[in-house]
Every structure is written in structure tokens, then in C-alpha cells.
Design a protein around this ligand. Structure first.
Ligand code: ATP
Ligand code: MG
Length: 307
């Protein structure tokens, strides 16, 4: 089982109008509601590949009920803790005539200590030999140390924890010895506090971190990934494609990677599937997920370079 953890999901309302008129009434032509969150995107990709996931995390208020109901309707297995504050709602205004999208990003709900304690104890009960994906930002009231604490609490149970985070949350996670980290190149640069731009810059800077984590996978958008373990170094290059949206490409990469590792694939095969999922996700509008056939076609064109 792969557990994916989202502390800060959102209910996105995508509102279509013709063209925005200020200081006046704007008629809504269409409204869609979507549930989003990085760990939710990861779970969708794993399910699309045929894997089993359980989504854990926090939801609150009426929005939280809607988020949970929508996830259940999608067929995602959920074990969500509850908070008193409302789950955030992002509003996207889509102006059809000008093809413009404007996002109003809501602030995070506050998580109260007892609510966090209940989630924490659920996470500590994750069974032996599972995979866990910790992904995304932490809401107000949750310490940057949270992911690191989970990793520490699960140590000794052969639970393999994958972290996709930034800044202090990532830095502290690394100190707690996760199984795999997946920063993008900017996040990796912030972690190592250097200007990291090229493949060689990544390779030059991974060594000190390999004593803390089995695998480091640095994603580089259209340039694919540079990945390292104690014994292996790869640059995995995707084919050139016509990109529609890069939003969520990193989540698709993590989904493919963790699914492949969970079914016993080698590191290099898991990287290849991950890159294929990431690239396949760019062919669709944000939030739409690639078909298995689409991923398979791209996978055939992924290039593996051993460094
Ligand atoms: N323009 C692109 N062309 C081809 N493949 C891409 C492109 N952008 C992203 N990908 C694929 O998706 C993977 C992850 O992309 P990226 O490095 O942009 O992740 P990220 O910055 O973590 O994204 P996210 O916004 O989801 O956090 C890449 O390794 C690659 O396989
Ligand atoms: Mg990312």
C-alpha cells in the first residue's frame, strides 16, 4: 500500500466568464469544482497505473466534507482527520474571450494541536513495509519539523518515506533520513545553498546527502531528472513534447516513481516510468491525468544516460 499525505488540500472553483468587467456585475457562464493538492495528484497517478493508495491528511468544515465526498466518488480510498477550520477554496477566474486565468489563492486553515495529534498518531500507525509520500506545503499551526517527525516515528518499520517539499521542511526531513527526496532543481539549489543550474552542478552536490537518504531525484522540467544513489547516477531525458501545462508534472513524476518502486522495479526503471508520467502529464490541461497508453508511448522514447 502507498499512503499519500496531504495536510493542506483545496477545493478549487473554476469560474468561466466572458470578460472581466470591473465595478459591475459579471455573469458566470460555467462553474466547475475540483479537488486539488499535491498528494492527491500523486494518488491519482498511482491509481491510474493500477496501484493501491490510501490518502491521509486533514479536511475541515463544509468544504472539507465536499473534498472528502468528491475524492470518495473518484474512487480514492481516504482516511482523513478532521479540523474545525474550513478547508481552503481557491478561485480561478477564466476569461474566455482573452483566454486569461486569474487565481485567487486562499489562506491556509489553522490546525489546532488536538487535531494535529490525532493525525500524527494515525500516521505513526502506518503498517510495516508501506510506502509513504509526504508532499506539499504545511498549513498554519503545523511546524516545519512535521515531516521529519513522521520519518523519525516510522523508522524501524521498514516504511519507505518519499518527501516532495521545499525549504525548511525539506532540510529537516533530510536530517531525519527519508528513503527518497524529489526536489526540483530550484528546491535542490535552496537545499544545498548553491546556484544549481546544470546536470553537473547537481552531481557535484548530491554526495553529502547520500549518507542521509537512499535516493535523490532532482527534476529539471523538460530536461528530465538527475538521480543518484550510493552506487548509481543517471540523467533520464524525456522526449520533446508539445506542453499544455506543467502544473503537477512533479506530482506525476513522484506517482510513477513510487508506484514502480512499490512493485519491485529497479531504480533506473522506476525513474524511467516516473519521467514518462511527468512528461505525459504535460500533454493535458492542469489536473487532467495521462492514460496508461499515453505513458507507455512516452516511456519508449525516454533516454537513460548513466553518469
Ligand atoms: N516542458 C516539459 N517537457 C517534457 N517533460 C516535462 C516538461 N516539464 C516537466 N516535464 C516532466 O515532468 C517531470 C517533473 O517536472 P518538474 O521538474 O517541472 O517538476 P516540479 O517543478 O516539481 O513540478 P510541480 O509544479 O508539480 O511541483 C520532469 O522530470 C519531466 O519528466
Ligand atoms: Mg514540485
Amino acid at each position: 500500500m502507498i499512503y499519500t499525505v496531504t495536510l493542506n488540500p483545496s477545493l478549487d472553483r473554476i469560474v468561466d466568464i466572458d470578460e472581466l468587467i470591473y465595478d459591475d456585475v459579471n455573469r458566470i457562464l460555467e462553474e466547475k469544482r475540483l479537488v486539488s493538492g499535491k498528494a492527491i495528484s500523486v494518488a491519482r497517478v498511482i491509481r491510474g497505473l493500477g496501484g493501491h493508495t490510501c490518502l491521509m491528511g486533514l479536511v475541515g468544515g463544509y468544504n472539507g466534507h465536499e473534498v472528502e465526498g468528491r475524492l470518495i466518488s473518484e474512487g480514492i480510498v481516504c482516511d482523513l482527520g478532521k479540523i474545525n477550520a474550513e478547508t481552503r477554496t481557491n478561485i480561478v477566474i477564466h476569461q474566455r474571450r482573452k483566454k486569461l486565468q486569474t487565481l485567487f489563492s486562499a489562506s491556509d486553515p489553522e490546525v489546532a494541536p488536538p487535531e494535529l495529534a490525532i493525525l500524527y498518531s494515525k500516521l505513526c500507525d502506518i503498517p510495516r513495509d508501506s510506502y509513504v509520500v509526504l508532499s506539499g506545503t504545511l498549513p498554519a499551526g503545523v511546524t516545519e519539523n512535521f515531516y521529519a517527525q513522521i520519518i523519525t516515528s516510522l523508522a524501524g518499520k521498514n516504511v519507505r518515506v518519499i518527501v516532495d517539499a521545499d525549504g525548511e521542511a525539506l532540510r529537516r526531513s533530510v536530517m531525519a533520513r527519508p528513503f527518497l527526496i524529489k526536489p526540483n532543481i530550484h528546491e535542490f539549489g535552496r537545499l544545498v545553498e548553491k546556484n544549481v543550474k546544470e546536470v553537473k552542478d547537481v552531481i557535484e552536490n548530491v554526495e553529502p546527502y547520500l549518507s542521509h537518504t537512499h535516493y535523490i531525484v532532482v527534476s529539471m522540467g523538460a530536461r528530465g531528472v538527475v538521480a543518484a544513489s550510493e552506487t548509481e547516477r543517471y540523467h533520464i531525458v524525456p522526449p520533446k513534447v508539445n506542453v499544455k501545462s506543467q502544473i503537477g508534472a512533479g506530482d506525476a513524476l513522484v506517482g510513477g516513481l513510487v508506484y514502480a518502486l512499490s512493485v519491485g522495479s529497479s531504480f533506473v526503471d522506476a525513474l524511467t516510468l516516473g519521467v514518462a508520467c511527468g512528461t505525459a502529464s504535460t500533454l493535458n490541461a492542469a489536473g487532467a491525468f495521462p492514460s496508461r497508453d499515453g505513458v507507455e508511448n512516452i516511456r519508449k522514447e525516454v533516454l537513460v544516460k548513466t553518469i
